[in-house]
Design a protein around this ligand. Structure first.
Ligand SMILES: *Cc1c(COP(=O)(O)O)cnc(C)c1O
Length: 391
């Protein structure tokens, strides 16, 4: 880790690999082992004293996890990382490792539903409070800072409204005030956007989404500043949220095709967004790379393409929305995103149902809103299914 990338993104994604074993395998094997052995008493002592960098126990590290972490570090331009059993394990452990009782978080209002629930329902138990800012009013952020504030937290594009937040502006605010900026980069994937370039100290991903991209595994990862990652590692090796070696192996293989998969997700999503924009039964449609998106220019500056998620509203709200979902034939009604299979979700009754109606409206989630995670099926089939359901 930490050495400079030798190759372009796609090449690193394929060629970053553990050293070969004596069998000279081409593809990395799975290391399904809970522990590792020592040569003798001195080796054991020195390993536990961390005088050498080596695997001891898979709760701390495992070769498959290490390969996955190293790839994501290269993709994000990060110094170090730790891999978790899920995206939420990454979110929780990152905060739990870095914050003390009494500390304060400043978070964007529009964040993943479970992260919002973590901040509002669980962190107060440990006397950690959160204040929220509107992503379209970054000038609010500084007025929320207190002498207890430690972290600024945000996502871009947001879920499910695909709003875009100015990461560089937020990075400057964090730096000026000595705060840690953490960005959940799950919606973009490292292929489309690298928040560290814009001033983020840590980047979190749910590997469950575009990274695996085939709906098979749960995973999470936090990468970034090496000192912060060391604190997270100290916490995680004791509390045990580690990624399984099997899932790490799956993910590391998945990342080999991240670029070409995400290219197709994005071209399909843009085609669908343009189709919906001209449809008489659609009240509005939002996609970062549509010219009508309020932050189109910013999206183009921060991201390579618009991502896999398109949000729109069926005219006449909830009732028509329900009819739409019941008429869908090919696409899946499911809660995941970034999968090769296209998925339609109703955020108000699923992912964001734990928020009150007011909280939902303040982050732009109307009752009739539909979120489509555009997959890799042929775009004509995706459009045809949505078109027939709208009729
Ligand atoms: C899914 C998701 C998470 C949580 O990841 P899990 O792997 O489901 O635990 C966090 N943030 C965002 C933006 C997500 O979409």
């Amino acid at each position: 880790m930490k050495e400079k990338n030798k190759f372009e993104f796609e090449t690193e994604a394929i060629r970053t690999q553990l050293e070969r074993t004596q069998f000279l395998e081409h593809s990395t094997p799975m290391y399904l082992t809970s522990s590792f052995v020592f040569d003798d008493a001195e080796d054991m002592r020195a390993s536990f004293a961390e005088e050498k960098e080596r695997n001891i126990y898979s709760r701390y590290s495992n070769p498959n996890s290490s390969e996955f972490i190293e790839k994501v570090c290269k993709m994000e331009g990060a110094e170090a990382g730790f891999a978790f059993a899920s995206g939420m394990a990454a979110v929780f452990s990152t905060f739990a490792a870095l914050l003390e009782s009494g500390d304060h978080i400043i978070s964007a209002k529009s964040i993943f539903g479970s992260t919002h629930t973590l901040f509002t329902q669980f962190f107060p138990k440990w006397n950690i409070d959160t204040s929220y800012f509107d992503i379209n009013a970054l000038e609010e952020v500084e007025s929320l800072i207190t002498n207890k504030t430690k972290v600024i937290y945000a996502e871009s594009p947001t879920n499910p409204g695909v709003d875009i937040l100015d990461l560089e502006a937020l990075g400057k605010i964090a730096k000026k005030n000595g705060l840690i900026l953490i960005v959940d980069n799950c919606f973009a994937s490292p292929y489309l956007q690298q928040p560290i370039k814009f001033g983020a100290d840590l980047v979190i991903h749910s590997g469950t989404k575009l990274m695996d991209g085939q709906g098979r595994v749960l995973a999470g990862i936090t990468v970034g500043n090496a000192e912060l990652i060391d604190k997270i590692y100290r916490f995680a090796r004791i509390t045990g949220p580690a990624l399984s070696p099997f899932n790490a192996w799956v993910l590391s293989k998945s990342l080999e095709t991240l670029g070409i998969r995400v290219d197709r997700h994005c071209s399909n999503a843009l085609r669908l967004a343009k189709f919906l924009e001209n449809h008489s039964k659609v009240a509005w449609v939002k996609y970062p790379f549509l010219k009508s998106h309020p932050k189109y220019e910013l999206a183009k500056k921060q991201m390579k393409a618009g991502g896999c998620v398109v949000a729109f509203e069926v005219k006449d709200g909830l009732e028509e929305g329900k009819k739409f979902f019941d008429a869908i034939k090919l696409l899946s009604l499911s809660a995941n995103l970034g999968d090769s299979r296209s998925i339609v979700t109703h955020p108000a009754s699923t992912t964001h149902s734990k928020l009150t109606k007011d909280e939902r409206e303040s982050v732009g989630i109307s009752d009739g809103m539909v979120r489509v995670s555009v997959g890799l099926e042929h775009i004509e089939d995706i459009i045809a299914d949505i078109a027939q359901a709208l009729e």
